[in-house]
Design a protein around this ligand. Sequence first.
Ligand SMILES: N[C@@H](CCC(=O)N[C@@H](CS)C(=O)NCC(=O)O)C(=O)O
Length: 246
Amino acid sequence: MITLYGWGPMFGCPSPSPFVMKADIQLQMLGVEFTRAIADLESVPKHKAPYVIDDGQLIEDSNFIRNHYEAKLGKGLYDGMSGKEIALSWALERMAEGQLAKIMAYERWMKDDNFNKGPAHFFSDVPEPARPAVLKEVRDGVSMTHIGEGTGRFTEAERMKLADWDISTISLQLDDQDYLLGDQPTCADAAVAAVLISCATEFFDTPLTGLIRKHANLPAYIDRMKARYFDHVTWPEWPMPEPVPA
Ligand SMILES: N[C@@H](CCC(=O)N[C@@H](CS)C(=O)NCC(=O)O)C(=O)O
């Protein structure tokens, strides 16, 4: 029995987390049969999703989930790729997750309107009157993380310039192909498309949507990946709690 723990459709995306989407796609690419369940972050040492429980064994982090099944199945998502394709694939993945995903998270967590209609809902089960203090503490923590790793030290214009360079690079690599490395999806698509889906959602008010839309090939690529990997997917109910009073 294999279960992927994360969260299902939210914020106009198949998951609020690009890493949950990536793990889901990569498990599908590897041909793993699995079920999906809502994550309990308090129950796992890293306090992050995605994680998988495979016959009682816990595997945390999307990269280690992939690694676990590649070792178990004796086949890998790089099989058949040249050294240069592997290097390109990993570089694209690291770029999308290492910088663009952080800018996307900043847009959701640090802009008041986006936070209130998005991530704030994760804490709606915190009883009043403690909720405002909890929200402030969590958000302050996220802000410190952004400042610590650098994203929070840029101006809005600088952040969007950095995002633009990443998004434009992905568009150039995609060119007129269906997928990043050709006519078949690879593990690079799992990671990169997951971050693009998260940036492109119209649910949030962010310049990232326009930075994606200005490239004719990206919206179609995002739709292609969503249709291929998520149209058939169902998650258990995780009702979105009532909006948090401002
Ligand atoms: N490197 C991890 C990143 C996972 C991650 O950052 N997950 C976020 C959701 S997008 C999370 O669980 N955050 C909860 C928290 O930080 O408290 C992976 O690839 O799985």
